[in-house]
Design a protein around this ligand. Structure first.
Ligand SMILES: C[S@@+](CC[C@H](N)C(=O)[O-])C[C@H]1O[C@@H](n2cnc3c(N)ncnc32)[C@H](O)[C@@H]1O
Length: 362
């Protein structure tokens, strides 16, 4: 056994490294293992451009049993390394999460929640042969049924969620824009970099300040970066040197920890963009319902099934019709239109916020 080095990335195979870490030494584990997607060939869009999917060597296993045996090995070691009061989060897609979940149950882990990460900007199904896959699942588990003294910061998460209990459906966009780390060639540094918002919710909800968070599949170091910003410690394990360099640079460049007073304020700013038609598709607002303007204009428009509005002779988005009524070049339709729901007049932007928080999904 070696002494645990906090805020350090161990290079090597996670099973081998986990084996030499001391028992009962970490407070939380976040694991984002290979998906074992079994991609047999490259995928192209209808316009012949290549889809940038997960086709890395680290995701390849020769058979399901090889994948299962690998998962049994790392999950067994994780259980030994985790404190009895600790918990583990494992993320996966439909390709692997059911195999992983079965293995976890067989090893005695106890599922506390299965959280659905609902991607507000999923990659389309280019072949048009299936529904667009817009979710991943996170299994949050304790070490066993009788391990009840785990951390769950219920009050903090309620505050984070604007005063309402957070549900197990999290609407978070894919990691894009300035958060996505790119190499000098302009290509993504890693094919599956996770959004910081995801790790923020995990670490805020299930650790205390100064706790140690272990990530055996460190990649670009999202777990380490968020842990440091929130005043927690990390231990990373990663096999590939290139990813370790990316993660090191990323973590070293963190100048400021997020002050505790700002933890719960950031949610609003990070809300993903949601098109109005999503609310229609989810039956939060139904086709045929009427939207109203405030008294100054006192107009109404009908909601169409494609998310457009019908107003007099015009059909257009909530923004366009708002601009026509106001006689302005543009309009933020979310702040312009109201709807009657349960005998209350609600701004549609407030409905959108509820939807983003997951309060309307179940
Ligand atoms: C799904 S990615 C994790 C991405 C990471 N969560 C992020 O946000 O960047 C899985 C990572 O595990 C690494 N990996 C795969 N098998 C491994 C093993 N046996 N030991 C250590 N690392 C491994 C891969 O190199 C890859 O970077």
């Amino acid at each position: 056994m070696i002494e645990l080095k906090k805020n350090h990335i161990y290079q090597g195979d996670c099973v081998e490294i986990l084996k030499i870490l001391p028992s009962h030494s970490v407070d939380l584990i976040f694991a984002d293992p290979p998906y074992n997607m079994q991609l047999k060939k490259e995928l192209y869009r209808p316009n012949n451009t290549k889809v940038d999917g997960v086709n890395d060597d680290w995701d390849k296993f020769s058979s399901f049993s090889e994948y299962d045996n690998f998962c049994i090995a790392w999950l067994k070691e994780c259980k030994r390394v985790l404190k009895d009061t600790g918990t583990i989060w494992v993320i996966g897609s439909y390709h692997n999460i059911y195999r992983v979940g079965n293995i976890m149950l067989n090893l005695g882990y106890w599922i506390l929640n299965d959280v659905t990460w609902h991607k507000s900007n999923p990659m389309p199904n280019f072949l048009g042969t299936r529904f667009t896959n817009a979710t991943e699942t996170l299994l949050w588990c304790s070490k066993g049924e009788n391990h009840k003294k785990y951390t769950f910061n219920h009050k903090l998460m309620k505050q984070y969620n604007g005063g309402k209990q957070m549900t197990s459906v999290w609407n978070i966009g894919l990691c894009i824009g300035k958060e996505r780390i790119k190499g000098e060639d302009g290509k993504k540094a890693h094919s599956t970099q996770k959004p910081e918002e995801l790790l923020k919710r995990i670490i805020l909800s299930t650790t205390k300040q100064d706790d140690v968070v272990l990530d055996p599949f460190f990649g670009t170091g999202t777990t380490g970066a968020v842990a440091r910003k929130l005043g927690r410690n990390f231990i990373g394990i990663e096999r590939e040197n290139d990813y370790i360099q990316v993660a090191k640079n990323r973590i070293e460049s963190i100048k400021l920890l997020l002050p505790e007073s700002s933890w719960v304020e950031t949610f609003k700013e990070e809300q993903p963009k949601v098109p109005f038609v999503n609310l229609v598709r989810e039956n939060i607002i139904n086709a045929g319902e009427l939207l109203y303007t405030r008294r100054r204009y006192s107009k109404k428009a009908e909601v169409l099934s494609d998310g457009n509005l019908h107003y007099e002779d015009n059909i257009g988005s909530i923004h366009r019709i708002g601009a026509i009524i106001q006689k302005t070049p543009s309009c933020n339709g979310w702040k312009f239109w109201y709807i009657f729901k349960n005998n209350k007049v609600l701004l549609i932007d407030d409905l959108r916020t509820e939807y983003i928080r997951g309060n309307y999904i179940l």
